[in-house]
Design a protein around this ligand. Structure first.
Ligand code: IDP
Ligand code: MG
Length: 153
C-alpha cells in the first residue's frame, strides 16, 4: 500500500441533488486528502477522452455521454494510502442495486447511469484521467493537520 492519487467525478445527478458536500465529506473523513477540486460542465470531447477507451461501442455509451455532459459536475483529485481502491470501495458497485449500504452508490442511487460518482480504476487510468481534468498547477501539495494521527510512523 502506498500513497496514490485518483480522479473522482461527482456526476451531474450528485450535483443536482445537492450531494456535493455529503460526498466530499465521506472522502475527507476517511482520511483522504483533496488535492484538486473544480466545478465544470464537460465538453463532449473531454467526456469521450475519459470514457471512449473502455466504453465506446457499448450499448450504454451514447446515454452515458449525454448524461455526463448534460450539466455541471465536480472533479476531485484525491490522494491517500491506496486511494484508488479505497475510493472505489467508498463509491460502491457500479450497479447501485448491488452496491452495499454505507457506500455512496448503495446509499444514494437506484440507477446505473445516474450512479452519482466516478472513480479511476487503476494507477494507469488515474494518471491519464487526472491529466485530462487537471493541469499540474491545479494539484496542490499541503499537509492535513491530522496526518500524524492518520499515518503514524
Ligand atoms: P465504474 O463507474 O464503476 O468504473 P464502468 O464499468 O467503468 O463503471 O462504467 C462507467 C459508467 O458507465 C458507470 O459508472 C455507469 O454510469 C455507466 N454504465 C456501466 N455499465 C452500464 C450499464 O450496463 N448500463 C448503463 N450504464 C452503465
Ligand atoms: Mg470505470
Amino acid at each position: 500500500m502506498e500513497t496514490e492519487q485518483t480522479l473522482v467525478l461527482i456526476k451531474p445527478d450528485g450535483v443536482q441533488r445537492g450531494l456535493i458536500g455529503e460526498i466530499v465529506a465521506r472522502y475527507e473523513r476517511k482520511g483522504l486528502k483533496i488535492i484538486g477540486m473544480k466545478l465544470l460542465q464537460l465538453p463532449l470531447a473531454t467526456a469521450e477522452a475519459l470514457y471512449a477507451v473502455h466504453h465506446r461501442g457499448k450499448p450504454f455509451y451514447e446515454t452515458l455521454m449525454r448524461f455526463i455532459t448534460s450539466a455541471p459536475l465536480v472533479a476531485l483529485a484525491v490522494e491517500g494510502r491506496d486511494a484508488i481502491g479505497v475510493v472505489r470501495t467508498l463509491n460502491g458497485a457500479t450497479e447501485p442495486l448491488e452496491a452495499r449500504p454505507g457506500s455512496i452508490r448503495g446509499d444514494f442511487s437506484l440507477n446505473v447511469t445516474h450512479n452519482v460518482v466516478h472513480a479511476s480504476d487503476s494507477a494507469e487510468t488515474a494518471r491519464r484521467e487526472l491529466r485530462i481534468l487537471f493541469a499540474p498547477d491545479e494539484l496542490y501539495v499541503y499537509r492535513r493537520i491530522d496526518e500524524a494521527v492518520l499515518h503514524p510512523q
